[in-house]
Design a protein around this ligand. Structure first.
Ligand code: 5AD
Length: 346
């Protein structure tokens, strides 16, 4: 296995079967071998710096009905909210004071927000906070809409592909959505010039090592600037309520593999990872991640953006607790940076 890890480090890719074998790695010693290399790779580009992003979950209305997600359209129990432009701008104001230089506007696919209005908001934020980057994460749109938002000043776009395999995609989503359309959106975003983030859940129902290998090969083809992954975590009011959650160990292993594939990209230690283990964030960094995205949404709506059960939004997960997060990063030899945190060129 160490040979395979060396090979991945040198070539930045493997065959599908080799990836699948590596994904089944269980020896602690070999995993540590991988994580050490992953940390070293991240350090080459980012030193011991960790980038932060202020996450603003600005609407939990969604027209989609993904079987895994707590804010799916059919979940009548979800208490819906949407923030106003003024509320979003004051989140940025607060975030700026706290030291955030990237704001991530994330939301469900909410038809109330017209592309034009979102573009206007983006340009307002960019005018007011000219040294900040804006990341959008608002799902599938037309190429024209993506272009308009980019022209308005959006720098980055997050759109997880969720699974690269069409059959598996159909198991996780209703027919209105497809893996091919999702991939098309990602290629458009890249063409337009966004820094693009994709990713997937680890341990989603029906996922196998072979399917994870396909995810990695898809990412190799896409060449994204960011990859976000986290464990699947069940949500009680979804069709997937009975499925077991993905594991932290598997997620960490995938982070390590991704880091060796893409030494210079942005990889967050995600909220889902922080939710399944009290030190998930730290473990993610030590497996090769280099970004954290604390929650900057107004306190009264945080509990309503429940993608999965027990999603954390307080403690180090909260933007206002930046100092505590800083201390925890220092405890493992890292430090938070006040910086837009763009992807470094190879
Ligand atoms: N468990 C883990 N992650 C989830 N997401 C949505 N629902 C869940 C869940 N139950 C992730 C999806 C989506 C991102 C915003 O949150 O990957 O792209």
């Amino acid at each position: 296995m160490k040979q395979l890890i060396d090979c991945l480090e040198a070539q930045r890719t493997l065959t599908k079967d080799e990836f699948a074998a590596l994904i089944e790695l269980s020896s602690e010693e070999e995993k540590e071998y991988l994580f050490q290399k992953a940390r070293r790779a991240a350090r080459t580009y980012y030193g011991n710096g960790v980038y932060t992003r202020g996450l603003i979950e600005f609407t939990n209305y969604c027209k989609n009905d993904c079987y895994y997600c707590g804010i799916r359209k059919s979940n009548r129990k979800a208490a819906r909210y949407r923030l106003s432009k003024e509320e979003i701008l004051s989140c940025c104001e607060l975030g700026y004071e706290l030291g955030f230089r990237t704001f991530v506007l994330q939301g469900g696919e909410d038809g109330y927000w017209k592309d034009r209005e979102l573009a206007e908001l983006v340009s307002q934020i960019k005018t007011r906070f000219s040294d900040c980057a804006i990341t959008l994460s608002v799902g599938e749109k037309s190429r024209e809409a993506y272009q308009m938002l980019f022209d308005a000043g959006a720098d980055r776009y997050l759109l997880r592909h969720e699974t690269a395999n069409e059959q598996h995609y159909q198991k996780l989503h209703p027919e209105s959505l497809s893996a091919s359309q999702r991939k098309q959106c990602l290629y458009w975003l890249k063409e337009i010039g966004y820094q693009v983030g994709s990713g997937f859940m680890v341990g989603s129902p029906g996922q196998t090592p072979q399917l994870l290998a396909e995810d990695l090969l898809f990412l190799r083809d896409l060449e994204p600037q960011m990859v976000g992954i986290g464990p699947f975590i069940r949500h009680q009011d979804t069709p997937f309520a009975q499925y077991p959650s993905g594991s932290m160990e598997q997620t960490l292993l995938m982070i390590g593999i991704l880091r060796l594939m893409f030494p210079n990209i942005l990889i967050p230690a995600t909220t889902a990872l922080g939710t399944i283990h009290p030190y998930g964030r730290e473990k993610g960094i030590l497996a090769g991640a280099n970004v954290v995205m604390p929650n900057l949404s107004p306190l009264d709506v945080r509990k309503k953006y429940m993608l999965y059960d027990n999603k954390i939004s307080t403690g180090v997960e909260a933007a206002e607790c930046r100092e505590e997060l800083q201390k925890r990063m220092e405890a493992i030899g890292y430090r938070l940076l006040v910086d837009r945190g763009d992807c470094k060129q190879e």
